[in-house]
Design a protein around this ligand. Structure first.
Ligand SMILES: [Ca+2]
Ligand SMILES: [Ca+2]
Ligand SMILES: [Ca+2]
Length: 481
């Protein structure tokens, strides 16, 4: 039934030389100039593009124009003619194209005397890939039967147009390859965004088109996203998600020792208990006391249990025994006594100091010197304070007095004319008016007859700065005889 008017070939091709249009697909050899009323009365006539391929998301625009032959050659008026224009199903007899495929509707016109030129613009977006005939058609009965058969219907007819290049920019999906571990949760939309130059943030429109990820098995999986902007332009993106085998997690450990406490002692089950984990580090703060039977008012053995769980869900448990003694815990004892040393002597505060505890035994190694005022360069009395704490937390302190004495000289008359001596330094005697005298010892036979005292203060003053120096004083032989 359908005929393709050759006008397509004659006119539309002429237009396509001026305007970029898709290829014209027409097969008829007829022309508009020889399309007569007689022909229209016998069938369906179409002028336009046949079998135009439509691509999803693209915009098309066409202009359809024709001039009806309102006056026939013999002067008789053509009083009526109707034509449809627009999009038709391919090779149909004027059926309009399914609107699931395009966004526009067809229309129709009636030519009237004095209003014989028609122009129609149609524009649409292809919703799906498809095929359409685009143009204007006449069907039997669209012209008056009284019109002379040989009358030419259209003085001119043209269809032109096509796909409109879009200035719309495709959206962008921001998603990158991921690595997760077996057992991890996988949310395919996490950290995935989409932006569009015209629409802005269109993350909410992202569709997960494919998601093969199986977090129960190691492997590399595909995930695909798509997003469509407000102008129906779609972008897709594929990523790889690698599911890796879990590293072997190590269970945490609890450090807790059996304890002994005195009767009525305060018992803190978490004191000195710690928990560590190879992966998480210190887990002490996560320790839980799951059992604590301790009654410190009654002597006996009690159980205390601890539990800790690491970040991967592995748990450690430990139970200790707490012994409550029949007697109250006794404070430790510090054995230290007052000391006297000389200026310049070395002073070790821990020397000869010990600590013992009834329950713990020797606690010497736990002694702490909490105060030590001793200044061995100056004579005086100084305080030294010690502290020790036993395993039950009972603390003992002891303070001693350390007396630092002035330096002295011991002189011995050695032989006939020699005095040897040792000087202990004492800064306080630097004053030269502080004359030191030495009494010669009576058991020394070779005591000089010239006097029983030897004034050595000048020599002494010169040697004051030397600690522990030995000096020898020689008497003049003349004086000795
Ligand atoms: Ca866009
Ligand atoms: Ca662990
Ligand atoms: Ca004790």
């Amino acid at each position: 039934m359908k005929k393709i008017i050759a006008l397509v070939t004659a006119l539309a091709l002429a237009f396509s030389a001026m305007i970029s249009v898709p290829p014209v697909q027409a097969a008829s050899s007829n022309t508009a100039s020889n399309l007569t009323y007689k022909e229209v009365a016998g069938g369906f006539y179409f002028v336009g593009y046949e079998d135009v391929k439509l691509e999803k998301g693209k915009t098309y625009a066409y202009t359809i124009q024709y001039k009806a032959n309102a006056l026939n050659e013999s002067g008789k008026v053509i009083s009526g003619q109707s034509a449809n224009y627009g999009l038709f199903e391919p090779n149909s007899s004027g059926a309009q194209l399914n609107t699931a495929i395009v966004t526009s509707q067809n229309g129709s016109d009636v030519a009237m005397p004095g209003n014989d030129t028609f122009q129609h613009k149609i524009a649409f977006v292809a919703k799906e890939d498809g095929v359409a005939d685009i143009g204007v058609y006449l069907f039997p009965g669209s012209v008056l039967p009284t019109t002379p058969d040989e009358t030419v219907i259209w003085l001119s007819a043209s269809v032109n147009g096509g796909e409109i290049p879009s200035s719309n920019v495709a959206p962008v999906i921001n998603a990158s390859d991921k690595e997760i571990q077996v057992g991890d949760q996988f949310d395919p939309l996490k950290d995935v965004t989409a932006t569009d130059q015209e629409d802005g943030d269109i993350t909410s429109k992202i569709i997960v088109a494919k998601n093969d990820v199986d977090t129960s098995k190691p492997g590399v999986y595909d995930v695909s996203y798509s997003v469509t902007d407000s102008e129906n332009l779609t972008t897709t993106k594929d990523i790889k998600v690698t599911v890796k085998e879990n590293p072997v997690n190590t269970a945490p450990t609890i450090q807790a020792e059996d304890r002994t406490i005195g009767l009525n002692a305060n018992f803190d089950p978490l004191e000195n208990v710690t928990a560590t984990d190879k992966e998480d580090g210190d887990l002490t703060s996560k320790l839980v006391v799951t059992q604590n039977e301790v009654d410190s008012s009654k002597a006996g053995n009690y159980k205390v249990s601890y539990k800790v769980t690491d970040s991967a869900g592995l748990t450690a448990e430990k139970t200790i025994t707490v012994t409550v003694l029949a007697a109250e815990n006794e404070a430790p004892v510090i054995n230290a006594s007052d000391k006297t040393i000389k200026v310049g002597d070395k002073f070790d505060p821990k020397a000869d100091v010990t600590a013992t505890d009834k329950e713990d035994g020797d606690l010497t190694s736990k002694i702490e010197v909490v105060k030590n005022e001793v200044d061995t360069s100056k004579a005086g009395s100084y305080k030294v304070t010690y502290q020790v704490i036993d395993s039950a937390g009972i603390q003992t302190e002891k303070t001693i007095i350390v007396t630092v004495e002035k330096g002295t000289i011991d002189l011995v008359i050695d032989g006939d004319a020699t005095i040897s001596g040792k000087i202990s330094n004492d800064g306080a005697t630097k004053d030269s008016t502080n004359k030191e005298t030495v009494q010669a010892k009576s058991d020394t036979k070779k005591i000089p007859k010239t006097g029983d005292t030897v004034s050595i203060w000048l020599v002494f003053a010169g040697a004051l700065l030397v600690t522990g120096a030995s000096i020898a004083i020689y008497r003049r032989k003349s004086a000795h005889k």
